[in-house]
Design a protein around this ligand. Sequence first.
Ligand SMILES: NC(=O)c1ccc[n+]([C@@H]2O[C@H](COP(=O)([O-])OP(=O)(O)OC[C@H]3O[C@@H](n4cnc5c(N)ncnc54)[C@H](OP(=O)(O)O)[C@@H]3O)[C@@H](O)[C@H]2O)c1
Length: 292
Amino acid sequence: MLDIGKVGSFMLGARCVKRLGYGAMQLAGPGIFGPPKNREAALAVLREAVACGVDHIDTSDFYGPHITNQLIREALHPYPRDLVIVTKIGARRGGDGSWNPAFSAEDLMGAVHDNLRNLRMDALDVVNLRIMVDVHGPAEGSIEAPLAALAELQRQGLVRHIGLSNVTGQQIAEGGTIAKIVCVQNHYNLAYRHDDALIDQLCAAGVAYVPFFPLGGFTPLQSTALSDVAQELGTTPMQTALAWLLQRAPNMLLIPGTSSAKHLRENLAAANLNLPEQAVAMLNQIAPPSLH
Ligand SMILES: NC(=O)c1ccc[n+]([C@@H]2O[C@H](COP(=O)([O-])OP(=O)(O)OC[C@H]3O[C@@H](n4cnc5c(N)ncnc54)[C@H](OP(=O)(O)O)[C@@H]3O)[C@@H](O)[C@H]2O)c1
């Protein structure tokens, strides 16, 4: 019997969630644009996640756009009391599927209302402000104006908690002077370790770190060392990659994404995997840790 609670939990806003969650981005059509090929299969993945004990789902209204949130609503509303749905704002999709910054106060208010309507919620649990100074990775630049606009929506009761995504340490520090930041969502996995020092700082401050692309994202992880360790342990490379993240830091909350119920079960079964020290040492050599 799968018990994902055995990997422990961590605070996310006002609630403690299990460290293994689910990222819903892969449920939309190709390029995260348009409807899924198989709508029933997408709904089944969401229901299976919750049936397996997932209490943390990551989404955005710009997946589809709107479609992923509508799938979540159809599959899961009325939501279980313990489910935390985290969404993100800061982008708008072009008609060609492009991802464009959308940071005016009006854009952000519209995005919060889109999420509320499509998820059918009165208030959003956690909203990540997805910074787009550089769409591909964190880049310096003040986040004061959009974060102040989001904090105003929080004061109005539309948003319970605020997180940041695709940010630098400096932006997190600036953000903390404007609003309480409960989580940070950046690109990180065992082959991409830019945030090592930041993860430890956030852990010391009690802030959740939620890596996106935990399995490599659009280019799933491939490494001989990863395959060798997985084979030695009688498990799969993806489970091994998730187990590595879980042992990396206690504030690490995982949201592996999949459109497949089989992959979902495989990913959640990473809860059963304890990596021996020697396996961790081999996996640590895949990419050097970043020290600043
Ligand atoms: N803040 C941001 O800017 C940002 C950016 C990207 C993503 N995110 C969030 O992070 C979540 C996770 O990221 P992600 O979904 O892009 O990347 P990911 O979790 O690293 O990987 C997803 C890819 O891995 C495949 N996969 C998943 N489980 C597998 C398994 N057991 N075996 C083989 N292949 C497997 C998926 O294909 P299948 O569908 O075929 O399983 C998909 O192609 C997203 O769902 C989204 O909520 C946030």
